[in-house]
Design a protein around this ligand. Structure first.
Ligand SMILES: C[S@@+](CC[C@H](N)C(=O)[O-])C[C@H]1O[C@@H](n2cnc3c(N)ncnc32)[C@H](O)[C@@H]1O
Length: 271
């Protein structure tokens, strides 16, 4: 059941802007002194709406995405900031050597909002991100844990039942793929669902990668109801109950978003 934001670029952009203004910026400001002139990169920026509120605060932003048409849309939706040199949008793989040479050590804040769950080999990717941080810089990760009711992103299905059915993405891959194909989903949807079955990330695995790579969690919020649902469905965000937020594995089934700010473990002592 494709939702409005799957069909309209403007709706998606507007939801990104509103969600960042109302929830993401206040969350970040709890652990990061946000200020004018800060350098911010969003990996997986889509239409660029997450970055607009940072532009409005006088920050310098770079949006990177592997989807060329979304980068074109971001460039036109944020045209004024692009023309003024305050925003740049690139269709680029951050693993490219020329990208690292140009932007290594450049960013006070890196954002990955609803993106890390699409990126393969997070065990290699997450530590690689430190190459782009300034000393004391931070990384924001926001993602739906893999085992949450719609962690397979099955809401992209055209079929109404499959688009609203929770948790069946946890079935073995062959069976899951068979069900989606039998329901007549187009190949592009089947491929996307199978991709995310390979890359989806749990809260526990994410936190293990962070610890193993000498990052620290500066702040964390887990949500029973993801803040973006306010703009998609009119539902107010609900933070996860404290007892469940620390209940390994089980928490993943009922947590629709995990928001984390992480930084280098030794950033303070190194400066
Ligand atoms: C669900 S969208 C999120 C867009 C936006 N950040 C938001 O919160 O609405 C995920 C985006 O990540 C991009 N993406 C996936 N893998 C990527 C990668 N390795 N590097 C850069 N972007 C990537 C996709 O093209 C897509 O635009």
């Amino acid at each position: 059941m494709a939702l409005a934001q799957h069909l309209s670029i403007e709706i998606r952009y507007r939801q990104q802007v509103d969600n960042t203004r109302e929830f993401l910026l206040p969350f970040l400001s709890r652990s990061i002194p946000l200020h004018k002139g800060m350098k911010v990169m969003e990996i997986g920026c889509g239409e660029g709406g997450v970055l607009l509120p940072f532009i409005e605060q006088g920050m310098q932003v770079l949006g990177v995405d592997l989807n060329e048409s979304r980068i074109r849309n971001a460039t036109s939706l944020c045209a004024e900031a692009v023309a003024q040199g305050q925003a740049t949008f690139l269709y680029k793989n951050v693993f490219d050597q020329d990208f690292l040479v140009k932007y290594g050590g450049s960013f006070d804040l890196i954002l990955l909002k609803d993106t890390i769950e699409h990126i393969p080999d997070q065990e290699t990717f997450i530590p690689y991100l430190r190459k782009f941080l300034t000393k004391g810089g931070s990384i924001f990760f926001g993602f739906p844990p893999w085992r949450m009711p719609f962690g397979g992103h099955q809401q992209i299905c055209r079929n109404k039942v499959l688009g609203t059915l929770p948790w069946y993405h946890l079935l073995p891959k062959g069976l899951y793929k068979g069900i989606v194909k039998m329901a007549g989903e187009p190949q592009i949807v089947v491929d996307e669902l199978m991709d995310i079955k390979g890359t989806g990330i749990s809260l526990g695995r994410f936190e293990r990668i962070i610890r193993k790579n000498d990052f620290v969690v500066k702040d964390r919020m887990l949500f029973l109801l993801n803040p973006i649902y306010k703009f998609k469905f009119g539902w107010k965000p609900i933070e996860q109950a404290a007892w469940l937020a620390d209940f390994p594995w089980v928490r993943d089934f009922f947590t629709t978003a995990g928001w984390y700010v992480v930084g280098e473990k030794n950033a303070e002592s190194a400066t």
